[in-house]
Design a protein around this ligand. Structure first.
Ligand code: FEO
Ligand code: CA
Ligand code: CA
Ligand code: CA
Length: 652
């Protein structure tokens, strides 16, 4: 594979200094343009956004959602793919103070109730935005208001369930007694896309939105379903009780009987999946349950080979959680490849590759080797039991294995990681990179897992709430700065080789293991993307979501670039730190105060790099304030387009 020679590529910009300003900073000779910020009207159903606009459910449903995260372009025509496409973007969560600022909200009514229209608006600010965008003759980008393609998927949009969990007793609800329809998607964090032209949106911190005080199940505890009050108190929406139930009670637990008979035991089990969207059609989204149920950060396709299975990687972003891969049962047929403008039943193709296959979880061994552990009912645990038996499930219950993905991974002996976030695949070698953002629950020795509910410690089978001991792939206790790991698949589907690619750190840290300097220090790597450059090597782009003081003191969140040196096969020792890479990491852009930098792709011609600026600003100054400090503005998450003034390719 090393024989596929690519032209060496050199980053032709000088690393920029850190910045702590309220502006987007890019290298000289580059420009940055804000595009489709939160509240941008998609059609005539919404009026122009303004600083004092009072958002309503209807306006928000017809506008770009809030808190942009993962995104991907879908061309309408191959010939114009670099100037004109559907931008499909996740709207992960909301800043209630920015959403309700001019009205002084969020509002809490008597008895802790929230106004129903505020809840509806917040539901409509979550999910996914599809918006047509184009490059104008002057080189600037704009969106196409009123495009028939513009649409929103929200936390109330009905979606199909497909794969092993669909139709099982686990997901039969009052809303869908057949267990085939879910209501809404939320906390859509990072994303993915498929070779057949669909978008994958990934449900990450959804457990925080569900409330269950009684009747909690093992998976409720393992995944952290809330108690008392959900993240924004949607379950408290005021109104007539029966109406309220139909519209909002999906967010309340407390069941004792079957959902089908009128309670809400299984509502949360409709969440935690990879959701497939055909951006070109008006069809419903489909939750592809075969890819596992957890806090999915994102979903990335592996290198594609005709006649071989299609592979997707996904990380569970929680402390001491795992890295997964899904391997399709069907072999890739190039006839299914996406052709912009061509008619295709993309969701039927999706069913072919995403509803049947094997889900694996990763074990990283100290010798630089790794094993993918299959999560099937018949998989044998290290102590010699069938996995279904170890989970207390019927012998053929694949739906149960998926519902309890995390417990299954625990039982198979997966390696707890330092919060897996984005993955990226080198289009030439197929090597996979994944950010491990940080981990405050990692100690030298580790501590036994417990989960506390109503003041009582509950013993947990899983690692989700444990303090895990250091291991070769996650070697730092109280890891505040994170690292990026990479691996290469072996000839056997269950084997791989791995190494740590780069450790985050402040230049002054004593554990600055990758020798970062003031010009490229970073912490909490999060977004990651490998660009494809034909005969040239691609660039690996790294985005940060940094809460680590050592670096945050000197710079806001940032975008860095590196052209990786080849992965070295581990030699039997501990994790390899291949120093040749780190000195080439260059800081390319810095975001405004308060933001995280996330979401990334470039146009096929590499002349425009799109990123997202999420949760910018600090407005109002505190959660208690109801009016902004003088001189501040109402902040809006936005897409930012970075281009070269001379129209050339980004980075070179
Ligand atoms: Fe939504 Fe793990 O970032
Ligand atoms: Ca985010
Ligand atoms: Ca993230
Ligand atoms: Ca993050």
């Amino acid at each position: 594979e090393e024989g596929m020679a690519k032209k060496p590529l050199t980053l032709a910009f000088d690393a920029i200094a850190g910045s702590r300003t309220d502006a987007m900073v890019v290298p000289p000779a580059y420009t940055a343009q804000v595009l489709v910020p939160w509240g941008t009207p998609l059609n005539d159903g919404a009026s122009e956004w303004s600083e004092d606009l009072a958002m309503t459910p209807e306006r928000q449903a017809a506008s770009v959602g809030m808190h942009h995260d993962g995104m991907h372009p879908f061309a309408l025509d191959t010939a114009t793919a670099s100037q004109h496409f559907l931008l499909v973007m996740n709207n992960e969560y909301i800043d209630e103070h920015a959403l309700w600022g001019p009205q002084g909200g969020p509002t809490n009514l008597a008895e802790g109730r929230r106004p129903a229209d505020e809840v509806r608006t917040e539901i409509n600010a979550h999910g996914v935005t599809v918006v047509e965008v184009k490059k104008n003759a002057d080189g600037r980008w704009s969106h196409v208001t009123g495009s028939p393609h513009n649409r929103r998927f929200t936390s109330a949009t009905p979606m199909h369930l497909a794969g092993p969990v669909a139709g099982s007793d686990y997901v039969k609800t009052r809303y869908s007694p057949q267990g085939t329809i879910a209501r809404g998607t939320n906390n859509n964090c990072a994303n993915g896309y498929t070779p057949w032209g669909t978008y994958l949106t990934c449900e990450e911190n959804w457990p925080d939105y569900f409330v269950k005080d009684e009747g909690r199940t093992r998976d409720d505890n393992r995944l952290g379903i809330a108690t008392g009050r959900g993240r924004y108190g949607w379950e408290t929406a005021a109104g007539d009780e029966s109406e309220r139930e139909d519209e909002f009670t999906r967010l309340i637990g407390n069941p004792t009987a079957d959902d089908a008979s009128g309670d809400y035991r299984n509502e949360a089990r409709q969440f935690g999946y990879i959701v497939e969207i055909d951006p070109y059609s008006g069809e419903q989204a489909v939750k592809r349950t075969a890819l596992g149920r957890f806090r999915h950060e994102g979903c990335w396709p592996g290198k594609l080979d005709a006649g071989e299975p299609v592979v997707f990687y996904s990380g569970h972003d929680s402390r001491n959680e795992y890295i997964y891969k899904f391997v399709s049962a069907a072999a890739w047929d190039p006839a299914d490849a996406h052709a912009p403008g061509a008619e295709a039943d993309r969701l039927a193709i999706g069913a072919k590759y995403l509803d049947e296959g094997t889900l694996y979880v990763a074990r990283f061994d100290a010798d630089g080797r790794g094993e993918w552990l299959p999560l099937t009912p018949a998989s044998v645990t290290p102590d010699g039991r069938p996995l279904a038996e170890a989970l207390g499930l019927a012998a053929d219950d694949q739906a149960g294995v998926i519902i309890h993905t995390c417990d299954a991974a625990d039982l198979m002996g997966a390696t707890p990681m330092d919060r897996p976030e984005w993955g990226a695949v080198d289009p030439t070698s197929g090597d996979v990179y994944m950010t491990l953002t940080n981990n405050s629950k990692r100690t030298a020795e580790g501590t036994a897992p417990t989960f506390t509910h109503a003041g009582e410690a509950i013993e947990m089978p899983g690692s989700g709430y444990a303090t895990a001991p250091v291991n070769a792939a996650n070697p730092r206790a109280n890891n505040e700065a994170g690292q990026i790991i990479r691996w290469r698949e072996g000839d056997d589907v269950t084997r791989f080789d791995w190494e740590v690619f780069v450790f985050g750190a402040a230049a002054s840290d004593t554990d600055n293991l990758s020798g970062l300097t003031e010009m490229n220090q970073f912490a909490s790597p999060d977004g990651l993307w490998f660009d494809e450059r034909g005969d040239d090597q691609g660039i690996l782009w790294i985005e940060t979501d940094n809460g680590y003081e050592g670096v945050a003191e000197t710079t806001n969140d940032q975008l860095l670039a590196v052209v990786p040196a080849a992965l070295q096969r581990a030699d039997g020792s501990a994790a390899v730190v291949s120093g040749a890479n780190q000195e080439q990491v260059k800081r390319f852009a810095v975001g405004p105060n308060g933001c995280e930098v996330t979401g990334i792709f470039a146009t096929p011609d590499k002349t425009a790099l799109f990123i997202n600026i999420q949760h910018p600003g600090n407005w109002p100054a505190s959660a208690d304030a109801t009016v902004p400090a003088e001189g501040t503005v109402r902040p809006r998450a936005a897409t930012v387009v970075i281009q070269k003034q001379d129209g050339g390719k980004i980075g070179v």
